[in-house]
Ligand binder design. Structure first.
Ligand code: ADP
Length: 219
């Protein structure tokens, strides 16, 4: 199963990705995580991406597409993939189609997770992450057992520099202008499924079970 996840920042794409991967052979590719890795290692690409990410703007299509293509081409053949944070523009959606055709690994579904701005701001400003283990917490909704530290790795939690209210509003504006229109792109292809990002993970899990039942009927 090859899937793209669509939706505004903070809609819960990371949580959904975790639920989707559970017990399935899926490679989770988050372009946000890939960019943060490059930034941390101060590669040429990372240094170029940094100013865009910190302002909440989109990194130029060619940089992100190169990063994604390298990752996808290296993915084991039988493993499905789960794209999170890509595509974010119409040009990226088209580049993705070309790339997937080239490597013969077509998309099976696009999952669109929606949420409103108030919820997004509450979720993102309260979000804390463990940079090494990649685990995501929330100061009130999903606090770690020991305040400020990751349950799994024990490392100190940080707030992403772009997780402040001003940058979130900017990211939301960028999302509405550039990314929301590609929901229609996948609707037109007949592979779009909508989900409600306001739900908690238990209810999302139920929606996912329905989604996989539906897919099984189609195949
Ligand atoms: P979120 O979904 O919470 O906004 P991400 O981790 O997906 O966060 O992305 C963080 C930032 O990385 C974005 O605001 C943007 O600057 C950059 N980015 C990630 N993916 C892409 C992409 N496909 N195209 C352009 N920029 C991207």
């Amino acid at each position: 199963m090859n899937i793209v996840l669509l939706g505004p920042p903070g809609a819960g794409k990371g949580t959904l990705a975790g639920l989707l991967k559970d017990g399935r052979d899926l490679l989770h590719i988050s372009t946000g995580d890939l960019l943060r890795e490059e930034m941390q290692q101060q590669t040429e690409l990372g240094l170029e991406a940094k100013s865009y990410v910190e302002k909440g703007e989109l990194v130029p299509d060619d940089l992100v597409t190169k990063l994604l293509a390298n990752k996808l081409k290296a993915a084991p053949e039988k493993t499905g993939y789960l794209l999170d944070g890509y595509p974010r523009t119409r040009a990226q959606a088209e580049s993705l189609d070309t790339l997937l055709n080239q490597i013969g690994r077509p998309l099976g579904a696009a999952l669109y997770l929606d949420a409103d701005l108030d919820l997004i701001i509450r979720r993102i400003t309260g979000r804390r992450v463990a940079p090494k283990s990649g685990r995501v917490y929330h100061i009130t909704n999903r606090p770690p057992k020991r305040e400020g530290y990751c349950d799994e790795s024990g490392e100190p939690l940080i707030q992403r520099p772009d997780d402040n209210e001003e940058t979130v509003r900017k990211r939301m504006k960028v999302y509405l202008e550039n990314t929301l229109p590609i929901v229609q792109y996948y609707e037109d292809k007949g592979i779009l499924t909508k989900m409600n990002g306001a739900k908690d993970s238990e209810d999302l899990e139920k929606e996912l079970i329905e989604f996989f039942d539906e897919q099984a009927k189609l195949n």
